[in-house]
Ligand binder design. Structure first.
Ligand SMILES: [Zn+2]
Length: 216
């Protein structure tokens, strides 16, 4: 009997604690849900607009391709991703790829091409759609990256420029390294090959972008 009374007393003592815990869980859940629903959409939208209104940094060589089949001049309404590609054309330069995009009968183009010496050429303005990432063309910035051989591995100069450019794009938008995807993530295509074959290197790359972003 005594132990039963003690148990009851203990339970009675614990009841207010449970009530407080329950109230706290409800409050935190409400805060979480409200935060998700009203996640400062205006700020995000304005930031996304900023990316479209800014011009590329000094180290980017702006050589826009003429409007045609590839660059149609369609306005990019929102930017939710940065898509990384490899050219699939060993030893070609950034200029080679840019000039290929500029041909009147070419149907593909990317916003940027990064070359073997780390040079970056911009082919399409940031406020226009490119034609590189299939159904993600509608809301992404695309980067084609040059490589030396069939493995598709980027050399140090190319890799460093890629990290720098992607971090710059993230800094000028509401995007983070988590919004950087491979062409593979859109269609399952083996592009960029090295980062599909070595997914741990892809994670390492995104981490390098994250580190680079800390400098801003
Ligand atoms: Zn691709």
């Amino acid at each position: 009997m005594q132990t039963n009374t003690l148990k009851k007393r203990r339970r009675r003592k614990l009841r207010p604690i449970f009530k407080i815990l329950f109230a706290l869980i409800i409050i935190f859940t409400l805060i979480f849900v409200l935060n998700k629903v009203f996640k400062t959409p205006n700020t995000v939208f304005e930031k996304k607009l900023n990316l479209k209104s800014v011009s590329a940094p000094d180290y980017v060589d702006v050589e826009l391709i003429p409007k045609g089949i590839a660059r149609r001049g369609t306005v990019l309404k929102e930017i939710n991703y940065i898509v990384v590609h490899y050219t699939g054309n060993p030893n070609s330069t950034a200029k080679n790829n840019r000039d290929y995009f500029a041909k009147p009968d070419t149907a593909v183009c990317s916003h940027f091409v990064i070359g073997l010496d780390g040079e970056i050429i911009q082919c399409v303005p940031l406020n226009e759609k490119s034609a590189a990432s299939n159904n993600r063309n509608i809301d992404s910035i695309s980067i084609e990256v040059c490589h030396i051989d069939e493995t598709g591995k980027f050399n140090e100069a190319t890799y460093n420029s890629l990290v720098k450019l992607v971090a710059w794009l993230c800094d000028n938008s509401s995007l983070t390294e988590k919004d950087v995807i491979r062409h593979y993530d859109v269609t399952g295509k083996q592009c960029p090959k090295y980062f599909v074959d070595h997914s741990e290197k892809w994670e390492e790359f995104k981490n390098d972008v994250k580190e680079e972003l800390k400098k801003y």
